[in-house]
Design a protein around this ligand. Structure first.
Ligand code: DX5
Ligand code: ZN
Length: 221
């Protein structure tokens, strides 16, 4: 199984985004956390900033929308040229239609779940998705402690995804570090967001490779 590291810039220098993205050439994507101060109690960046980033980097853009009214806003991020757009199921009235709209714009469609949201109700719509994002902290802030209670859901999600017979990525987001990544990989995650672990490291790009190595090792066991 391919193991992907997708660093979040939430703990990077937000006044120098293209510079910060250029520090992680080994990363499989850059994870951009869009927060609206409604769905989560924090405010980060929005569509105009993502459009500027798109003009300045070839990197795979992994957009994580932590915004209310996702049905209204998410397709525009795909239209702006992001390779992957994650909306939260808790913020969507019509997740199937939304996933189809994102795919119609040529992006990968991904659905995010907060730690207490179960995966089972969505089994029948997994085929509409290219990725499932499982939050391993309550969304809103970087640097929080990893929630081990999500591990069984990672396992169940991997089982349900395998049943579809499709290559749907399982991403974990929140508190992922050298200390926690093995647990996530063993449980079945293959795509790892790491914010503070990467951007607080002396050498962010070396950390990306160390995280990937650990995930690969854990998966072999
Ligand atoms: C939190 C964001 C995460 C966060 C990850 O709501 O979705 O992407 O920035 O940061 P760390 O790895 O520090 O938990
Ligand atoms: Zn995120």
């Amino acid at each position: 199984m391919a193991m992907r590291i997708t660093p979040s810039i939430l703990n990077a220098d937000l006044s120098n985004l293209t510079g910060e993205i250029s520090r992680i050439p080994s990363a499989d994507a850059v994870h951009l956390d869009v927060m609206d101060n409604h769905f989560v109690p924090n405010l980060t960046l929005g569509l105009p900033v993502v459009e500027c980033i798109r003009k300045n980097t070839e990197k795979f853009l992994d957009i994580h929308l932590m915004i209310a009214n996702a049905d209204r806003w998410a397709p525009a991020y795909a239209e702006a040229g992001a390779e992957s757009v994650t909306f939260h199921v808790e913020a969507s009235d019509a997740p199937i239609r939304l996933a189809r709209e994102i795919r119609a714009q040529g992006a990968r469609a991904s659905m995010g779940l907060k730690p207490a949201t179960p995966i089972e109700p969505y089994e029948d719509m997994l085929a509409e998705l290219d990725m499932v994002l499982l939050m391993t902290v309550e969304p809103g802030f970087g640097g929080q402690k990893f929630l081990d209670l999500v591990l069984p859901k990672i396992r169940r999600t991997r089982e349900l995804v395998t049943k579809t017979g499709q290559d749907i990525w399982v991403q974990v987001d929140g508190g992922v570090s050298l200390e926690t990544i093995e647990r996530c990989a063993e449980a079945g995650a293959d795509t790892f967001v790491a914010g503070s672990a990467v951007y607080r490291a002396d050498d962010p790009d070396a950390m990306v490779n160390d995280l990937r190595d650990k995930a690969i090792q854990a998966c072999r066991h």
